[in-house]
Design a binder for this molecule. Structure first.
Ligand SMILES: NC(=O)c1ncn([C@@H]2O[C@H](COP(=O)(O)O)[C@@H](O)[C@H]2O)c1NC=O
Length: 511
């Protein structure tokens, strides 16, 4: 008689599966809770203790970890010596294993889960059975996903499960146990405050197969972390519109990161190809959006807009007037939603909260590896900021400086951002030299460069950027400082009556 072990935490569909196995001639062996569930459904089951001749002990920590089980799982049934060894020990072979694991992921995602709860939900006996039978898939069929019950039944009803299916199911098991263990490792590594361990075993789950990647000839998918995450694109709620594309997700992520900078003021940001093209702040959302729009009415076309307040009717009316790919907001008023939903192609995302967790790391892939670093979370530290010129910034100039500094951190290096009043007026992004970035920002600002504030993501190696700024009528500069030629830049600023501030911290963004 063929024997199946069934030991499952997720009991979905298991009773009907077991019933059909019995009809196909199987004998069922089960652990405590599964046995009870099956017996309650009127199914004949042998308890695991009857096979091991040993009780389940330590509140279920040890139930299937026994040679009578693992011998039955690991014996090559085509090998006479293996079968003889089983016989000598009075062990019967097992043909089918149906196991799914303690819900570790679901447990750590629950609010209020304690460390002890998490530890208790690390399954030991289940993965041991899964791995043993997956290794021995030549002789054993192993099922860990209830969605595979039907395929197995179908093949069994025709005789036996094919070698191809057994191998496919074994591969699925090793993917599953590997990601199960990776998640435990990730959780414990975080709990032990180890940021850069000797090996990185992250696990991500496919959230979405994408139509294509950055370009139509590239295949792509979006994977999300299984660990509880900060508000992010992965857990955004899409209220309307087509599926997000690869570029939408990447650009929306940049917009969300930028808008999250603004905690004490209402802000609207527009992003194109991950760089901000317009950022505005105001007392109202409509006002902030006006500023962001006026910052660059050309580039915002086809862009992504993120805001940090509930979108109201007035703002929605203006947003609906232009072509945007994605809008991100903590919420939408009912009338705002009605207005925006009239636009078939716009994607509306709700991300509840823009406050981020502190321990976030960023990962960039390079050929042959990954670069991992702490996310650049630092803002302007007023305690370490130093005014280095004869003239000090006025109160209004400080406001513009702060805005420009928040934005420049989110612009690809070399980056220069000009702010006039409450909005960006020029963004020079991703240039190979700093003067080039300055020239682009000044050109874009036009007349509005006059009297504006300039932020530079890194120090000026030479005084040329200050000279360019002076020529354009820029009045105040914020930059990290730290070049051996700082004195020359300071002198050029003094000569032009520019006030200049050193932050002591740079914000390169290369990728
Ligand atoms: N300790 C063991 O020997 C053991 N054997 C199987 N399990 C797990 O116990 C669960 C099923 O338990 P029950 O049938 O009692 O509801 C399954 O998720 C299975 O993976 C075990 N539990 C944890 O390690």
């Amino acid at each position: 008689m063929k024997r199946a072990i069934i030991s499952v935490s997720d009991k979905t569909g298991v009773a009907s599966f077991a019933k059909q196995l019995i009809e196909l001639g199987f004998e069922i062996i089960s652990t405590g809770g599964t046995k009870k569930a099956l017996q309650d459904a009127g199914i004949d089951v042998i308890g695991i203790s009857n096979v091991t001749d040993f009780p389940e002990i330590l509140e279920g920590r040890v139930k299937t970890l026994h040679p009578a089980i693992h011998g039955g799982l690991l014996a090559k049934q085509s090998d006479q010596n293996h079968m003889k060894a089983l016989e000598e020990q009075g062990i019967s072979p097992i043909h089918l294993v149906v196991v799914n694991l303690y819900p570790f992921k679901e447990t750590i995602k629950k609010n209020g889960t304690t460390f002890e709860d998490a530890i208790e939900n690390i399954d030991i006996g289940g993965p041991a059975m899964l791995r043993a039978s997956a290794k021995n898939h030549e002789s054993v069929t192993v099922v860990t996903d209830p969605t595979d019950y039907d395929v197995v039944l179908e093949e069994l009803s025709k005789g036996e499960v094919s070698g191809t299916t057994r191998r496919r199911l074994a591969a699925k098991v090793f993917r599953h146990t590997a990601s199960y263990d990776a998640l435990i490792a990730e959780y414990l590594t975080k709990e032990s405050n180890e940021k850069y361990p000797e090996s990185l075993t992250l696990t991500y789950e496919r959230k979405q197969t994408l139509r294509y990647g950055e370009n139509p000839h590239q295949e792509a998918a979006f994977y999300e972390t299984a660990l509880p995450a900060s508000p992010s694109l992965a857990n955004a709620e899409q209220l309307h519109g087509k599926e997000l594309s690869y570029n939408n997700i990447n650009d929306a992520d940049a917009a969300l990161a930028l808008v999250s900078e603004f905690k004490d003021t209402v802000a609207a940001v527009a992003v194109k190809h991950t760089n901000p093209c317009g950022v505005g702040i105001a007392d109202t959302l409509e006002g902030a959006f006006d500023e962001a729009y006026e910052a660059d009415p050309v580039s915002i076309f086809g862009g992504i807009v993120a805001v940090n307040e509930t979108i109201d009717k007035a703002t929605a009316t203006k947003l609906a007037d232009i072509f945007l790919e994605v809008i991100i907001a903590p919420d939408y008023s009912e009338d705002a939603l009605a207005i925006l939903k009239k636009k078939k192609n716009i994607r509306l995302l709700k991300v509840n909260n823009t406050t981020k967790k502190n321990d976030v790391q960023t990962i960039t892939s390079v050929q042959g590896g990954l670069l991992v670093q702490d996310e650049d979370r630092s803002g302007l530290d007023e305690a370490t900021v130093e005014v280095v010129t004869e003239r000090k910034p006025t109160e209004d100039e400080w406001k513009s400086l702060k805005l420009s500094w928040s934005v420049v951190k989110h612009v690809k290096s070399n980056a220069i951002v000009l702010v006039n009043g409450n909005r960006t007026v020029g963004v020079g992004a991703g240039q190979m030299n700093r003067v080039g970035a300055c020239e682009i920002a000044v050109k874009q600002a036009g007349e509005l460069a006059k009297g504006s504030a300039l932020a530079s993501d890194a120090f000026f190696p030479m005084k040329d950027t200050v000279e360019k700024a002076a020529e354009a009528g820029i009045k105040v500069i914020i930059q990290p400082g730290g070049s051996i030629r700082d004195e020359e830049s300071i002198q050029a600023a003094n000569e032009a009556g520019i006030a200049m501030v050193f932050t002591g911290m740079r914000h390169f963004r290369h990728a």
